[in-house]
Design a protein around this ligand. Sequence first.
Ligand code: SF4
Ligand code: SF4
Length: 116
Amino acid sequence: MNAIIDAVINRPDTVAYPFGELELPEGFRGAIVIDPEKCNGCGLCVRDCPTDGLKLEKRSRDEFKLIHYPARCAYCSQCEQSCPRDAIGHSNALVGATERPRELVVVLKEKNGSKG
Ligand code: SF4
Ligand code: SF4
């Protein structure tokens, strides 16, 4: 009975997301992001990803594409741990849901030549 009265008087502990604001805690493992200035296409994050969530298409040292597949990602943070240049990690943003996972695919970095 007390619990019912408490629920009527106080605000609920749950949030109304997606209809209301959602405050994510600090350190939440959200969408994968990259610092393109730091990434050199070494591929260590791809090698260590346990779910094939990352792919490196490499033509040469100066021509590569690093791709993230959010629908496969476990948000485990292994890529962040593996990157020797501190280039990849999580943002605090939620990844959307879709029936078409290909829509979520993100090219994290594309380098075409020595200046890319
Ligand atoms: S967070 Fe984990 S599953 Fe997702 S891309 Fe990084 S290593 Fe792969
Ligand atoms: S994000 Fe880091 S580990 Fe992955 S390819 Fe770039 S530099 Fe290498």
